[in-house]
Design a protein around this ligand. Structure first.
Ligand code: ATP
Length: 437
């Protein structure tokens, strides 16, 4: 984890937020490569669950919502964690996070905890110029509620029939008691959530179907199968709205931890919002000639956690067989679809005869793919630098290129090289990015 965090900063994936002022606890800024990685994770998700299916629609609801939403959803009443404070060092902890129930993990004292109290995780703020309770609103702690309150809008506007789902990506905020482990648990984070509406009675089938679908998405995008597992929630763990729930967990350096939860939320949310708002949120099933509140399957994942796991899993070190000095090669073996930079264009040297052609090749490729141009230091050093950020393909322009209008493509993983005409370069790169070397 430490290796990756320091590489992360050096290479521009992740910076501590407000670092020049000493940083703000558990908040992070994504640097030039981090922002590309995150965008690609979101795009891969969106392509898979929205654009790639007939039964899904997208949505982007506002982060600020009517405060009644959070009363109805149960968040005001029960979105809280049990908190204890150590009377000796005054640190606060989530009781369910403590390695030993009665010993303070900070100062090591035993029997110094206060009685647990319930701590609501929602951030509060005010809307408008008056700061009173009537103008108090919450920063959303999940994107899901934006989907539920728009259920009828989307149903009518997109003329859907069950089963169908609504997907959205957006920021959520939770005033976590014990944030930590880099971007794993922060107070501001991004979620990718789906609410999939189904006929009651078919919910168990759809829960299994989404569990399989979402699990294989992580594998397809490069996470090693042995570093993923599925964990079903025990009865005592289930949220107040859930009938069943599975977590997809990743083997982080500190242990197995949740990447995504897939819950059967039953008709809890639509029913409560229907009743509280007085609006008709039932669905008329033409086949059954009956109306009812649909059941909901919710695959809910975190963008930051997914990006962290992809980053972690991609890290590899190997002895560089091409180097005479048996050096170690650090490689990020990102999947081609989520890697921040797809192609690097490298002139063999800084020789001024090579620069114009190398620049032309770069201009050609950058219109289609995220690229970097690098002409500083030896070609070996530059390959190494691209390996460290995971760039799958390096395109090298050499003196022969000036004669035969061909360039060399080098593959990150096999380090094999092929020579191709510049005229076919974009086509070939795209094909390889889609299907692999
Ligand atoms: P945890 O128990 O780990 O805090 P949770 O069960 O409360 O997570 P959910 O409410 O199921 O999380 O949220 C869905 C997803 O949103 C999680 O699987 C995770 O990927 C992401 N997520 C939730 N809280 C955070 C957070 N504080 N920081 C980063 N991502 C988060």
């Amino acid at each position: 984890m430490d290796t990756i965090l320091s590489l992360s900063k050096r290479r521009g994936f992740l910076f501590q937020s407000s670092e020049i002022y000493g940083g703000l606890n558990a908040t992070w800024d994504y640097g030039p490569l981090g922002v590309e990685l995150k965008r690609n994770v979101k795009d891969a998700w969106w392509r898979s669950v929205v654009q790639g299916r007939d039964d899904m629609a997208g949505l982007a609801a506002a982060m600020l919502m009517h405060p009644k939403v959070w009363v109805t959803s149960g968040h005001v009443e029960s979105f809280s964690d049990p908190l204890v404070e150590c009377r000796h060092c005054h640190q606060r902890f989530r009781t369910d996070d403590l390695p030993e129930p009665d010993r303070c993990p900070e100062c090591g004292n035993e029997g110094t905890f206060t009685e647990p109290r319930s701590f609501n995780l929602m951030f509060k703020t005010f809307m408008g110029a008056v700061e009173d309770t009537a103008s108090q609103v919450y920063l959303r702690p999940e994107t899901a509620q934006g989907i539920f309150v728009n259920f009828a809008n989307v149903l009518v506007a997109s003329r859907r029939k069950l089963p169908f789902g609504i997907a959205q990506i957006g920021k959520s905020f939770r005033n976590e008691i014990t944030p930590g482990n880099s971007t794993f648990r922060t107070r501001e984070f991004e979620q990718m959530e789906i609410e999939y509406f189904v006929r009651p009675g078919t919910d168990e089938h759809w829960l299994n179907s989404w569990v399989e679908e979402r699990f294989s998405w992580y594998v397809k995008h490069g996470i090693r199968r042995e570093n993923l597992r599925l964990r079903r929630h025990g009865e005592d763990e289930l949220a107040h709205y859930a009938k069943d729930c599975y977590d997809i967990e990743y083997r982080f350096p500190w242990g197995w931890a949740e990447l995504e939860g897939i819950a059967n939320r039953t008709d809890y949310d639509l029913k409560h919002h229907g009743e509280a708002s007085g609006q008709d949120l039932k669905y008329f099933d033409e086949e059954l000639k009956d109306q009812y509140y649909p059941y909901v399957i919710e695959p809910s994942g975190g963008v930051d956690r997914a990006a962290l796991a992809f980053h972690q899993d991609a890290y590899d070190e190997e002895t560089d067989s091409t180097s005479r000095k048996e050096e170690t090669r650090e490689v990020l073996r990102f999947h081609r679809h989520i890697v921040p930079i797809k192609v690097a264009v490298l002139p063999l040297s800084r020789n001024e005869r090579l620069a114009p052609t190398a620049r032309q090749v770069h201009t050609l490729v950058r219109q289609h793919l995220s690229t970097q141009y690098d002409d500083a230091q030896s070609i070996g050093r530059r390959y190494r630098r691209q390996d460290e950020i995971g760039t799958p393909y390096c395109v090298t322009v050499d003196f022969q290129t000036l004669e035969d209008k061909r360039v060399t493509i080098r593959d990150r993983d096999t380090m094999q090289q092929i020579r191709v005409p510049i005229a076919d370069l974009v086509y070939i790169l795209r094909d390889k990015l889609e299907h692999g070397w």
